[in-house]
Design a protein around this ligand. Structure first.
Ligand code: AMP
Ligand code: ZN
Length: 440
């Protein structure tokens, strides 16, 4: 007899499967995957041969610990299509990660991958409160970034009405919220707060809107931010997680209990490791999330190091789903910053600064949230010669630095030139980043 669940569930069979059955399915899929990548991706064949791994020797799920990790660096080294497991003929979509490090990380999807992605996004949208009756205002960016199209396909598969408004143009977002009666919005959490502020500024009572749920992700956020969003809009704010290398949004998503994100481990097998040693941490302990894509065909990845820090939450969820839950992402194990949704490495900025003769490569990056939008200030020392120069020369140098950084990372920054030898020096690791956003 069908069991009753407190909230609607998109795929009852998969989302509430008993753990033993799911383990059997995972092992079957893992074996298939390992042979698949060995036969099709020269990168994996070489790695397996070097370490003496034979696909036929995978006998249990714990054997995964003997497989090599895959990193973002491996994807870069094989740019753009070297990690694909199928010919381009079979690829129906190409996306890229939001990092604009000159060359983005490129990912390709077969039709089957698009179907898997839509399926996990439909699960996510429904667990976040979306139904067939919903009107979904999809304010994630459409384009190379996976957010827009990911949410779009998931909401359509679910049977909701999707408004593909994409990101930005806040006045239009508000008009559509008012006139089209959207009850679900999908965007970054920081944008939702900006939107709340603009709604208030326009003298509109947020309670007069039909909005009930927001499905927010693509950047780190906190419980206090959730409380603020829920109070100001007022809606239920749901956390969604994903990354383009694995599939895009929909890797894990909160249910309405809002106590951790169920990771769809029939497709994305999670491990939590100590980022220093690569060993598994104890159950429930904080560490780096590593994911193996059990079913992906276009660009399947073995033990991909996400660099995202989280833990697996113990216990069962009252919603009835048996997928394990990830805690909110607490930070990253590398120095990547996410500024307005764009991945930025301090090393990229350093690369620009060392090439500009007017400044010395002593710098600090200061990140603030101003009216809920990220602002990156680059504080950099000028050289002695320029310092004794006229103000005109300083202004020109400031513009030059700002322009060069914009070219490199694709977002605008505030440049502050400071006197020689005023940026704090450090004896150990330089403290390059001051993040005032209080995201942790
Ligand atoms: P991209 O592949 O460019 O979409 O970026 C993926 C990265 O965004 C992840 O590895 C995370 O660092 C971050 N991210 C995505 N969703 C969340 C979330 N809900 N909370 C915190 N960080 C997130
Ligand atoms: Zn749940």
């Amino acid at each position: 007899m069908a069991k009753d669940f407190p909230y609607p569930i998109w795929n009852i069979e998969m989302e509430t499967m008993d753990l033993e059955t799911r383990k059997t399915l995972q092992l079957y899929r893992l074996k298939e995957l390992v042979s698949y990548v060995y036969d099709r991706v020269p990168f994996y064949k070489k790695k397996f041969d070097e370490t003496g791994i034979k696909p036929a020797e995978i006998k249990s799920l714990s054997d995964i610990a003997g497989l090599p990790f895959t990193t973002k660096g491996d994807l870069r080294d094989n740019y753009p299509y070297g990690m694909f497991a199928v010919p381009l003929d079979d690829i129906v979509r190409i996306h890229a990660s939001s990092g604009t490090t000159g060359k983005p990380t490129v990912v390709g999807y077969t039709q089957e991958d698009i179907d898997t992605w839509s399926e996990v996004m439909a699960r996510s949208m429904m667990s976040g409160g979306t139904t067939r009756k919903s009107i979904v205002q999809n304010a994630y960016g459409y384009g190379l970034f996976t957010g827009g199209l990911g949410a779009h396909y998931g909401a359509e598969l679910l049977g909701a009405s999707v408004i593909p408004i994409s990101g930005g143009n806040t006045a239009r977002q508000i008009l559509v919220l008012q006139d089209f009666g959207s009850d679900v919005i999908t965007c970054t959490p920081s944008y939702s707060l900006y939107l709340a502020e603009e709604i208030e500024k326009a003298g509109i009572d947020p309670k007069s809107l039909k909005l009930r749920y927001g499905i927010f992700g693509a950047e780190p956020w906190t419980e206090s931010m959730r409380m603020e969003i829920e109070k100001r809009l007022p809606i239920k704010a749901i956390n969604i997680y994903g990354l383009s290398e694995i599939i895009g949004p929909g890797v894990a998503n909160e249910c309405q209990e809002q106590k951790g994100m169920h990771i769809y481990d029939d497709h994305f097998y999670p491990e939590i490791i100590n980022p220093e040693t690569g060993e598994h941490v104890q159950d429930g302990e904080l560490g780096e999330l590593v994911i193996t894509t059990l079913t992906k065909k276009g660009i399947p990845l073995i033990r991909y190091r996400t660099r995202d820090l989280t833990r697996i939450l113990p216990g069962d969820c009252p919603c009835g789903r048996t997928h394990p839950r990830l805690d909110r992402i607490m930070g990253r194990s590398d120095d990547m910053l996410i500024i307005r949704g764009v991945n930025v490495f301090p090393s990229q900025i350093e690369e620009v600064l060392v090439q500009i003769e007017e400044v010395a490569p002593h710098y600090q990056l200061i990140v603030d949230r101003d009216h809920n939008l990220d602002v990156l200030t680059v504080m950099v020392e000028v050289n002695d010669k320029l310092f004794s120069d006229e103000i005109k020369g300083l202004e020109a140098a400031e513009k030059k630095v700002a322009h060069a950084i914009h070219q490199m990372i694709g977002i605008s920054v505030v440049v502050k030139l400071v006197e020689p030898r005023t940026v704090a020096r450090s004896e150990g690791k330089a403290k390059r980043v001051i993040d005032n956003r209080k995201l942790n």
